[in-house]
Structure formats: C-alpha cells, structure tokens
Design a protein. Structure first.
Length: 616
C-alpha cells in the first residue's frame, strides 16, 4: 500500500485546510472534530471487573408506618471504589428496614457529590438488577456516562455467565464472562467491523479463533494470552498455509457513547446500537415509545409523561423535538508510517424508506377537578406521518356485582380520518345514558351525607346516573366509573397497503364528579423549544449520497474522529455507509449502517377533528 512521502504534498494540503473549518456544535451541514479529551473514553475499564471495596451508607427513606422520613443504614459492595461519588439505592419494592447488606431488586446509582443525587444530571453510573448480600447477583444491567453498557448475568458483584457488553469506543462483545472478565467462547466485533469469534481467558484471546476482516476476507489462528501464535494463521477453509493482510487504514462507525446514559423514560429521544457480522443497527432505545408507536402498549400518557408533555408543548409522549437528531461518530485509524490527508467524506445511502405508521398518544382533559370541567374528553394526537383512518372507539363499563354483565358502547366518528388531533367528548355519551348535565358541567355531586358509602347508596336509590348508576363507586371523594377504552383505526404504509391497529387508551376509573367540589383556577404557560439542525437524509430514495465537507491530516499511528448529527424529514429506515476520501484518490468505506430514525411530526393542537359520537 502506498505511503505519503515528501513535505510538499502535506504542506500544500495544509494550505487547503485553511479554506475549511470544523465547528464544535450541531449547526447544519458541519462536522465536529473530536479532540483527544473527547475520545479518552477508549481506556475505560470493564464494570465490576476487579478491585472494589465495601461501602457503608445511610439513606433517607419514607416510612409508611411512622409517616415520616427515617435514616436506614446499609452496606454494599462498590466495584468502582469511588469515595468521591455518592451511592443511592432505589428498591423496586419496599426498602428493607434496619441495617444490613442490600438485597432484592432495584437500582444502584453512583452520583456526583457536587449535585443533589435526585437530579438526573448528577448520575455517573447505574446498575439495575438484583442484590444479594450487598452484591449484584443474577440478571442485571450496568451503564455509565462513558457509554459503557452491559446486560447479562452476575455473580458476587461481577459479570459472570452469558452477557453482552458495548464499550465506549463502539466495540461489542457477546459471550461468556467469568469473575468480571471475558472468559470462555464469545464474539468480539470492533467499531471498524473486524470480528473475532473464539475463546477468551481472563480477558484475553486464548485458543483457536476466527477473524473476519471483511465479508470477503477471514482467517483462523491460535492465540495465547492475547498474542497470536506465529505461523498459525490460515485462511478460512484451510486453503492457504498463511495469509498476510495489509490493512494500515481502517474506518469505524459508532453511535455517540453519550447516548447510552440518556434516561430511558426521560424527555430525550435516545438511541442504542447493536453490532452484527455485517454492520451496525441503530434504533431508539426507549421501549415504551416504540411500543406505543407500533400499537403494542396502551397509548394513554402516564404520570411522568404527562408532566413532560405539559412542558414540551404537544410532543409525542412529551419527548423533546429539539433532541431528535442521531449523533454518529466515524473514525479513521491510521496504522501507516506516514500522515494521511483527508479531503472529504460522504454518506452513500443505499435506501431510505418511509415508516409512516401513526404515532398516537391520548390523555384525558376537562375532568372533574379541572378548571374547565364538562364531563371529560379524551384527546388523541397523531405524531406519525399517515392519517388514522375510520377511527372507532369502544367503551366497556364494568359493574361491581358479578351477576351484572359489562355494558358495551361502540362509538363511531363523523370524520373518516384524523391527521393531527381528534377529540372524544364523553359528555354526550354519559348524558345519553342518563347522567345529568349539571353534574357533568359542574364536576360536582352533592349528597345528604358526607359519608361516601351513604352518598353512594343515595345515588343508587335515586338512580341519579341513569343506566350507569349500577357501575358507579367512590374513590375517596371522587365519583368514578370503572371503564376500559380501545381505539381501532386503519392506516396506509409506504407501499399504500392498508393496515389496522387496535390500542387501549384508557383502563381504570373514569371520574364523573367530586363530592361538593369548588374549583380554584388561574392561568399558566409553557416554555418554548429550541431546534437544532443536522445532515439531512431523505425520507424516501435509493442510491444517493450526502456530502460531508471536511478536511484533515491524520498523523501516523493516530485515529482521527468526527461527529455528525443525522436527521430526516420523516420517520424512516436508513441504510448507508460512510466513505472517507483520501488525497491520493483512495476511498475508505465503512460497514453498513442500518438506522431506524424516529422523527415524530409537529402537530397543530388546534387542528381538531371533533366526534359527534353516539352509543349504539
């Protein structure tokens, strides 16, 4: 392979660099060059791999019996042995009373001491799983801010058994672990796509293994303590006695490791990556968001999502629209003896395919206790790129008596589609069943007694809720109807094939009124959002390129790294490679990248398709 010689070529190239510049940020059509400080994560160690110390901590915990905060001391094995970090245990159930070793399922969090531990920004690392005698035991996961991720089995506080680890540099190992190290059979895939499948011992390659440099080039060899035995290399299939690989320039692609520590259920749209023998697959990491989008889970906003939604000014599940871009890092590894001038790069996109499936969530507003009570109405907002056609709603009210069959109400919309928002007003439905209008408008119910059991008996005796009276009950001072609601709609995929989705939008106690409620109302507002730009992929297309203007010089035995942000006009599946252009005319091509880019649309919350719904 040719080498760069002479100072004239490099000097001429340096003068050309003055015409280009790198910007540290996320402005449109610019590349961010990563400094050594940005890339020192390569030296990160494995979690729970060795060392560590016992730590004794005292934590404030709410005690239900005493109705106050109490201090509970505990001991835990700290593999990070970081006295400058605080430790917090969040149990999945109840915090064990009394001093002792941590046990049970929960989350162990390491946090900076200079910030309150309850702030998400203070977290440095997290273990989620089961503790036994103060140590991680059984199946669990670990993640830290460097981007190191592990999911698998633990024994006495260390990785032990089958698991998968992704390192901050983008390398991934899947296989067997022992006492915190890679040990046994496994598969190790580097960020540049090179794959090793074979045996490991105490964290090093040991025994027979196979290396796949590229889809068309692989070989087998024997290793001892991480070193390849001389002359043991043979091409796969045993055709050649040896094989020599001139591979002094390699390109790697990885997801920005900072994505690993974005809170799964927080306001940001974060991504995760998984390596295979042929490339890297990247998709959103929030399982709840993907399940709601694809109709596998209730679309009703949860408590924490409602809080984010109210702050985000109508975004899907309260996610920030300003954080939709996908941060990708690509690198050029120069193992040659000379400097390598880079004159540009581009994305070679094999295909971009729209994924228009509606992304619908729902919430209840104007229920009793709000300032605009009126019987309550469900709002359905669609952040997907296809309309939800012929929406149909089903409500099932369930009685408390076993002999009382559930009452089924099937509702139909007066519009064929809703692109942005549809509003299901419950007042006409409840009134049709006999619920008085004044109860719904005021959101209040009066009774001759302030005893809720006597109040409910009076409501039933006077049949004050019509046909729905037998279903009613009090939850505290709120009069409710146990109800389940489902939505069914059709939509067309990118090939114009009609699909049908059925999702649950409510399951629980639907509030009708509050006993002797008098509202106190005021006004409020929502903050504005900031938006960033990125390199734009198409929503639909094939065999096109996106230029990445850049220039650099990579010294010998140095790896140059750059970060770009990717986006697309719509939610889409993107298949591409990254190509780096060298000054001598060579092109260095990365492995294939498969990216599910989730791009919820911005909706107009005032573009409401109301429903004149009637029970059948």
């Amino acid at each position: 392979m040719s080498r760069w010689q002479g100072r004239t070529t490099v000097a001429a190239f340096v003068s050309m660099l003055s015409l280009l510049h790198f910007v540290g940020g996320t402005n449109a059509q610019q590349v961010e060059k990563l400094s050594e400080a940005d890339t020192n994560y390569r030296s990160g160690s494995l979690p729970f791999g060795g060392g560590g110390a016992w730590r004794s901590r005292t934590q404030l915990v709410w005690n239900d019996r005493e109705q106050s905060l109490v201090r509970i001391p505990f001991r835990v094995w700290d593999p990070k042995n970081s006295e400058n970090l605080s430790l917090t245990w969040v149990p999945a159930a109840k915090f064990p009373e009394g001093a002792g070793l941590l046990r049970g399922a929960g989350t162990l969090r390491w946090s900076s001491r200079d910030r309150p531990s309850y702030e998400d920004q203070s977290a440095v690392a997290e273990f989620r799983g089961t503790m036994s005698d103060g140590m991680a035991e059984g199946f669990g996961s670990y993640v830290d801010r460097t981007g190191l991720i592990f999911s698998g089995y633990w024994r006495r506080g260390r990785m032990d058994g089958l698991g998968r680890i992704t390192l901050p540099n983008g390398d991934q190992y899947t296989g067997s672990f022992k006492e915190g190290n890679l040990d046994g059979h496994g598969q190790y895939i580097k960020a540049n796509g090179e794959l090793f499948a074979g045996n490991f011992k105490s964290g090093e390659k040991d025994g027979m293994g196979r290396v796949q440099v590229s889809p068309s080039l692989s070989y087998e060899a024997v290793w001892r303590e991480g070193q390849e035995i001389p002359y043991s290399r043979v091409a796969s299939g045993g055709k050649d006695a040896s094989i020599t690989i001139e591979d002094d320039i390699r390109i790697g692609v990885l997801l920005d490791p900072k994505q690993a520590f974005v809170e799964e259920n927080g306001p940001d749209i974060a991504y995760k990556a998984e390596r295979t023998a042929t490339g890297i697959n990247i998709k959103p990491s929030n399982k709840r968001m993907m399940d709601v989008w694809q109709g596998r889970e209730s679309i009703a906003l949860r408590g924490e999502e409602m809080g984010m939604f109210e702050k985000s000014k109508h975004t899907f599940l309260g996610k920030k629209l300003s954080d939709k871009n996908v941060p990708i890092i690509f690198e050029l590894e120069n193992n040659s003896g000379s400097a390598i001038p880079v004159v540009g790069a581009y994305l070679q996109v094999a295909s971009s395919k729209r994924l228009p499936q509606p992304a619908v969530h729902s919430y209840l507003e104007n229920e009793p206790g709000s300032c605009e009570s009126g019987g309550g109405n469900f709002v359905f907002e669609n952040f997907g790129w296809a309309s939800a056609e012929t929406p149909k709603f089903s409500l099932v009210f369930e009685g408390q008596q076993e002999e009382l069959p559930p009452k089924l109400l099937t509702l139909s919309a007066d519009r064929d589609t809703f692109l942005d928002v549809i509003d299901l007003d419950m007042a006409p439905i409840l009134q049709e069943q006999g619920v008085p209008q004044e109860i719904l408008e005021e959101g209040s119910v009066s009774c001759p007694s302030d005893d809720m059991e006597l109040c409910l008996a009076d409501i039933r005796k006077k049949n004050r809720l019509g046909a729905l009276t037998p279903f009613a009950r009090f939850d505290g001072s709120t009069l409710v109807l146990p109800m389940t609601g489902t939505l069914t709609y059709n939509w067309k995929d990118a090939d114009s094939t009609t699909k049908t989705t059925t999702v649950e939008f409510f399951s629980g106690d639907f509030p009708i009124a509050i006993y002797n409620f008098q509202p106190e109302c005021g006004e409020g507002g929502v903050p504005s959002e900031l938006y960033s730009k990125a390199f734009q992929l198409r929503a639909e297309g094939s065999n096109y390129r996106v230029d990445i203007p850049m220039a650099d010089i990579i010294p010998p035995n140095v790896t140059g790294r750059w970060r770009i942000q990717l986006t697309a006009p719509e939610t889409s599946l993107q298949d591409f490679t990254i190509v780096i252009l060298l000054a001598d005319g060579r092109m260095v091509k990365s492995q294939a990248v498969n990216l599910l880019l989730f791009e919820p649309k911005e909706i107009d919350p005032l573009n409401i398709a109301g429903i004149d719904a009637q029970p059948e």
